[in-house]
Write a protein that binds this ligand. Structure first.
Ligand code: NAP
Ligand code: FE
Length: 368
């Protein structure tokens, strides 16, 4: 058997009302918390209420930064960190979709290193960080179990994961916060979770354990296909999607994401296409690239676990659940290709032959 390593340090509490039921956990992290959220949803979906109630009942003080935008920028991270430093917070709680959860990781680094700017996050020097708790309110990114923080870099005109590895100390998973997540966000984020399972399963660094976890994730998502098609989500389905998303985080924490993520960043930056949807648009053409029998066998296995008889049937499903594609120009495809090939680390996750021409062809097949 091939040698491999596996690392997953996040303590997970899963279940309805887990924050209030396990609130004693917060005592381990200090006397003042920094709550990092998006602009609206945390206050509407009950997560902000549960956390502030838990903290208040324990006499833990808190300050809130509620200005994290979708696809957070380095400017936002720096602004939040300045507040966290001046407020002398002891730990950070990220509440929301991937945007606030990723932001919380970078903010936790900059608060622990006063004087540094966001540029330092992209240097290959490991920075210390404040303790971190993550609370997902979308079921997609798995950020609560990955070490990654993906920020928008205006100077590079794209998004990129920074070089720090920040795992949460604790993640609270409660699907009740997702009960009113709009159907379109539910689908986009579910497709993101699915793309993590797929890309991690097929990446160079996939291993025995990450494959077992990915296979469980495919089965769970397979049980949610009807709901994704009809747009009707029971609490049980919400819990399944949340679990699958967290499992996707386990998988990419080991194996990383691959081409659809790399290439999707350009679609999000330049055309404002939501992250999960961007991955979904590129997935079929990416899967059609694999030539080696062992990879083709893996594709067959996961399609089976999901409940699809062929790649075409899976492609049809993605087309059915995702919004209609916008139109793209040949010029844009060349621009996206040129951007994508700069990220050699992500290109190296693909286990077969890869070239600029192949990247160009995936965009062409997916977008034109
Ligand atoms: P998001 O950008 O965090 O949120 C999307 C929208 O959903 C926002 O308008 C948000 O509102 C709203 N929302 C969140 N929770 C809600 C709820 N429970 N009910 C109603 N609305 C809700 O979306 P996301 O897809 O979860 O995260 C995408 C980001 O994660 C991207 O930047 C992507 O690159 C990153 N990502 C990270 C990883 C990783 O491993 N770290 C993996 C994949 C993707 P508010 O703004 O008001 O909160
Ligand atoms: Fe993703």
């Amino acid at each position: 058997m091939d040698s491999f390593q596996y690392f997953m340090p996040v303590k997970i509490y899963f279940g309805k009302n887990c924050i209030l039921e396990k609130k004693e956990v917060f005592r381990n992290f200090g006397k003042k918390a920094f709550l990092v959220t998006g602009q609206n949803s945390a206050k509407k979906n009950g997560s902000f209420h549960d956390i502030t109630e838990a903290l208040s009942s324990l006499d833990i003080d808190f300050v809130t930064f509620d200005q994290v935008e979708e696809n957070p920028t380095t400017e936002t991270i720096e602004k939040a960190a300045r507040i966290g430093i001046s407020e002398k917070v002891d730990f950070v709680i990220g509440i929301g979709g991937g945007s606030p959860m990723d932001a919380a990781k970078s903010i936790a680094c900059l608060i622990a290193n006063p004087g540094l700017t966001a540029t330092a996050l992209y240097e290959p020097v490991a920075l210390k960080h404040l303790p971190l708790i993550e609370i997902p309110t979308t079921a997609g990114t798995g950020s609560e179990t990955t070490p990654y923080s993906i920020l928008t870099l205006h100077e590079k005109k794209t998004k990129a994961s920074n070089k720090q590895s920040v795992f949460a100390d604790v993640a609270f998973l409660d699907a009740k916060y997702m009960l009113h997540l709009p159907v379109s966000t539910t689908i986009n984020t579910a497709v993101d979770a699915l793309s993590h399972l797929i890309e991690g399963y097929l990446a160079v660094k996939s291993n025995f354990l990450s494959d077992i976890i990915a296979e469980s994730g495919f089965k769970i998502i397979g049980e949610c296909l009807d709901a994704l098609k009809t747009g009707e989500f029971s609490f049980e389905t919400r819990e399944k999607l949340l679990l699958a998303s967290t499992l996707g985080g386990f998988v990419i924490a080991q194996a990383g994401t691959s081409l659809p993520h790399l290439m999707g960043y350009a679609l999000t930056y330049h055309r404002n296409i939501p992250h999960g949807q961007a991955n979904g648009i590129l997935t079929k053409a990416y899967l059609a690239l694999f030539q080696e029998p062992k990879n083709q066998q893996k594709i067959k296995t996961f399609l089976n676990l999901l409940g699809f008889s062929s790649l075409d049937a899976f492609g049809d499903f993605l087309e059915q659940v995702l919004p209609e594609k916008s139109s793209f120009s040949e010029e844009e495809i060349k621009q996206f290709t040129a951007l994508s090939v700069q990220n050699k680390t992500k290109l190296a996750t693909f286990p077969e032959k890869i070239s600029e021409e192949i990247i160009y062809q995936i965009y062409q097949k997916s977008l034109l």
